[in-house]
Design a protein around this ligand. Structure first.
Ligand code: NAD
Ligand code: IPM
Ligand code: MN
Length: 353
């Protein structure tokens, strides 16, 4: 049996509470499907590590993580002690860049049993895949602050859209759309206002579309696209977006489908030259940390995506089916209107798997 080496990076806040439930669920699936998993926990990256060492991770973090088959990541950030841009650029955003995880794949589904804030929506009405560009775009570190402290002070931050970077995320999104029954791709743009990068993005979407004649593709400006997510989410199948637009849509989508506490994400290096990273969409949630009430489903679903990426599709499907079953008649955390704890929900899902 091949043994997969997984690095466990629980991070901060509720990352530390949902991680044990993610591991428990993956272990249950591994047992059922005879998959070898070897977990190794790291105390970094975390804001506690920063307070002790003045950095989020040791200098040789890349060498230490490079040999792993995947990174299982909770959440990072504790803004009361470490500014968010310091903690995130010292950890998660470094992983995405330096491990070239250029796809951020974020499924959004309205599942049976989950209270939906939108009127008249049934399970199945929301079923989309957000494909977010994950290494460039608006998240550039290019720019700076000039004339600090004077009347002439200004800051400048560039957005970068490379042909390689744009084309590779579009190709992934079109290929994904091609495999899905609706074969529909929507691109998020803002070419009316952002007059250089977004017309370029649109041009590359049209060019890529010619290689996928079976995929119907359309585009919406990000403002009305956000409105349509709320008004008619059933219109969407695969949604491809730049780094920032994809970030916003991937909190909005799960909120429309009930709670961000169940939303998973996969930061993929499809070529497998580097480890891919699996993490909930949500953050460290300082407002609920320490109460054992965080929803562990996002972390568990990430575990399913990780097994899928490692080649175990059946195990993925069984884990998602167990989540769906427990949502119908199992315990629920308060974000879904229940009173159960993180541990109770995790235990119920693992037992169902
Ligand atoms: P957040 O996602 O941590 O929390 C937003 C709201 O959603 C909070 O009210 C929180 O209680 C709730 N929530 C989040 N996850 C939940 C869960 N599993 N179950 C129930 N409720 C849940 O976003 P934020 O408040 O903007 O950020 C807090 C910190 O996390 C910041 O430091 C931020 O930078 C960081 N962050 C990290 C990541 C990451 O590591 N991937 C992602 C987003 C935010
Ligand atoms: C996410 C998060 C991160 C992002 C933050 C924490 C830097 O919001 O993974 O969606 O903006 O990508
Ligand atoms: Mn986000």
């Amino acid at each position: 049996m091949k043994v997969h080496k997984i690095a466990v990076l629980a991070g901060d806040g509720i990352g530390k509470e949902v991680m044990p439930e993610g591991i428990r669920a993956v272990d249950a699936a591994a047992k059922r499907f005879n998959i070898g998993i070897e977990w190794t926990s790291f105390e970094w990256p975390s804001c506690d590590y920063y307070l002790k060492h003045g950095k989020m991770m040791p200098d040789d973090w890349k060498e230490q993580l490079d040999g792993y088959d995947a990174l299982f990541f909770g959440a990072v950030g504790w803004p009361d002690t470490v500014p968010d841009h310091v903690s995130l650029w010292g950890s998660l955003l470094k992983f995405r860049r330096q491990f070239d995880q250029y796809i951020n794949l974020r499924p959004v589904r309205l599942l049976p049993g989950v209270p939906c804030p939108l009127a008249n929506k049934q399970p199945g009405d929301i079923d989309m895949m957000i494909v977010r560009e994950n290494t460039e775009g608006e998240y550039s570190s290019v720019g700076g602050r000039m004339f600090e402290g004077t009347d002439r002070e200004f800051v400048l931050q560039e957005a970068i859209f490379t042909r390689t970077g744009v084309d590779r995320v579009l190709k992934f999104a079109f290929e994904l759309a091609q495999k899905r029954p609706k074969k529909h791709l929507t691109s998020a743009t803002k070419s009316n206002g952002i007059s250089i990068s977004m017309p370029y993005w649109d041009e590359r979407v049209d060019a890529m579309g010619t290689s996928f004649p079976e995929v119907r593709h359309d585009k919406y400006h990000i403002d009305i696209l956000a409105a349509r997510f709320v008004l008619s989410p059933e219109r969407f199948d695969v949604v491809v977006a730049s780094n920032l637009f994809g970030d916003i849509l991937s909190d909005l989508g799960p909120a429309c489908a009930g709670t961000i506490g169940i939303a998973p994400s996969a930061n993929l290096n499809p070529e497998r030259s580097f480890p891919s990273l699996f993490e909930p969409v949500h953050g460290s949630a300082p407002d609920i940390y320490g109460q054992n009430i965080a929803n562990p489903i996002a972390m568990i679903w990430c575990g399913a995506m990780m097994l899928d990426f490692l080649g175990y599709t059946e195990a993925h499907d069984a884990m998602v089916a167990a989540v769906e079953r427990c949502l119908v008649d199992g315990p629920r955390t308060p974000d879904m209107g229940g009173t159960a704890s993180t541990t109770e929900v995790g235990a119920a899902i693992a037992a169902t798997i």
